[in-house]
Each structure stands twice: as C-alpha cells, then as structure tokens.
Write a protein that binds this ligand. Sequence first.
Ligand SMILES: Nc1nc2c(c(=O)[nH]1)N[C@H]1C(S)=C(S)[C@@H](COP(=O)(O)O)O[C@H]1N2
Ligand SMILES: [Mo]
Length: 277
Amino acid sequence: MSTPSADPSRVEPVEHVEVRLRRATRRGLLTAGISLLAGYGGYRWLVGSPNDSGIAWPLRRVLRGNERLALATFQPNRLAPEFAPTRALAPRVNGMIGMTTPNPPAPGLDPSAWRLSVSGGTLGRDNRLVSLDEIKALPRHEQITELKCIEGWSTVVRWAGARLADLAATTGLASRSGAPFDPAHPSKDLYDYVGMATPDGGYYVGLDSPSAFHPQTLLCYEMNGRPLSPNHGAPLRLVIPLKYGIKNIKKIGTIQFTDRRPDDYWAKLGYDYFAGH
Ligand SMILES: Nc1nc2c(c(=O)[nH]1)N[C@H]1C(S)=C(S)[C@@H](COP(=O)(O)O)O[C@H]1N2
Ligand SMILES: [Mo]
C-alpha cells in the first residue's frame, strides 16, 4: 500500500539527498541559462528579420497560418447569435479614424448629394456611384446582433440596412465576368476580396468574400430604430457580426471588389486579417 518514499527502510541518507539537490540545482541553472540565451538569440533573430506589412515575417507567417485556418474552417451557413429587442443598447462611440471630412455634408448642405463609390476589377476600372436611396431600395434587413470590440467589450445593437451581397449582386461589379449573381449561391466567378474605405481614406478594411457576402453582413443606415448618427458612421456603415468591431467600418466612402488582397488598417498594425470570433 505504502509508496516507496514512505517506506522507512528506504529513507535516503541526508548526504545523498544533498548531492542530488545540488546536482538538480546546477542542472536547473544550466537549463535556465541555455533557455535565456536561446530566448535572447530568438528575440534578436525575430526583431532582425525583415518586415512584412509592418511586422516581423515569422510573426506574419503565424498570422497567415491563422488566416488560412480561419478561411478553411469558415462555414458560410453559420450565423452569429441574434438577441431579443429588449437587449438592444446604444454602443459607445469607439474609433473615429477616417471620420474627419464632412460626409454627409455639414448641416445645411444637401444630404442627397452623398454617393458611395463602388468599383470592381483588380484595376477598379468599372466604377459606379450609388445614392443612399438606391441602397435603401434594396431589400431591408433588421438584425439584433452583438458588436464585439477587441478591447474586450460588446454591445447588443438593433441594426437595419441592406445586405452587401444584394448590392454586389445587383451592380454586377463583384464578379469577374460582370454577370449578376445569386446571393444565395455565390459562384467561383466572384472576386476573392472586398475592400472598403472612408471617404478620406483614413480607415480601411479588407474582407474575404465568403464573409463579405454572408447574409448577416449589412450596409447599415439605421441603429436602434433611428437613422445612423455621424459618430456611428452616417450615412452608411458596415455591420459584420461574424467579425470583431475593427472590421465594422463606419462612414463607408468606397467599396471595391477585387482579387488583390485589400489593405487593412489594423492588419497592417499586426492584427489578424480575418479577425473572426
Ligand atoms: N471609420 C472608422 N470605422 C471604425 C473605427 C474607426 O476608428 N474608424 N473603429 C472600429 C472599431 S475598433 C469599433 S469597436 C467599432 C465601434 O463602432 P461604434 O463607434 O459604432 O460603437 O467601429 C469600427 N469602425
Ligand atoms: Mo474595436
């Protein structure tokens, strides 16, 4: 029943124990030293390695790996959770990058002058200006979803707007052939990415097309039953509940469908490009 160390006949003489302890300590110090050296060497190697979009390439490679994994495991039919209307609250105003220029025009000016610039093709050669009325003429969708910031807070919000997939389908700019597509059955003809930017270009996001054409990805013009306020991105913002807040760009000025991976403000600073949760 008793363990070997509890057996009185097996008690080790004190001097043996001391020798063993000393050896263990020396071995421990040696290991710690080697780890420190390896750690320092590794660190020097890491900071010395050339940058790839702002961060050391070994780290970028890990992120690219994460991204491939995220895309490979992405389930287009998976829906973000929706909540009861009583749960809906106003989110805090968070992140005002790229929201400096007046758009819509300052009070007194004609808000109907606002246009969204939509382009397709790697060279962006086809371009269309879309009015807010045209966006509102697309099927309206309401959803009560969570806006989740990487800073650690989240708020349930009731949004209303048009599906990005519907805009893409009707403009015909999202497909390489220029053919309209069925949003319910996105085809191989679609460009791989969607890029969006504020009118002044100060904030920009890149989205993989499967996420961009997801049914819960909305171009929103209403928040909690009221027109979107300027601080929350009026007249049009993106709501993409499958991704963190950083991808929910406010005050969209341009949308581009493309095969070239668009720049992304926070990915450039080292965040995960996919930014799903
Ligand atoms: N143009 C622009 N859009 C942006 C940001 C920004 O700085 N500029 N910040 C993002 C971040 S980090 C979050 S969490 C959400 C916050 O949206 P809210 O201000 O409506 O709560 O907006 C996103 N969209
Ligand atoms: Mo955020």
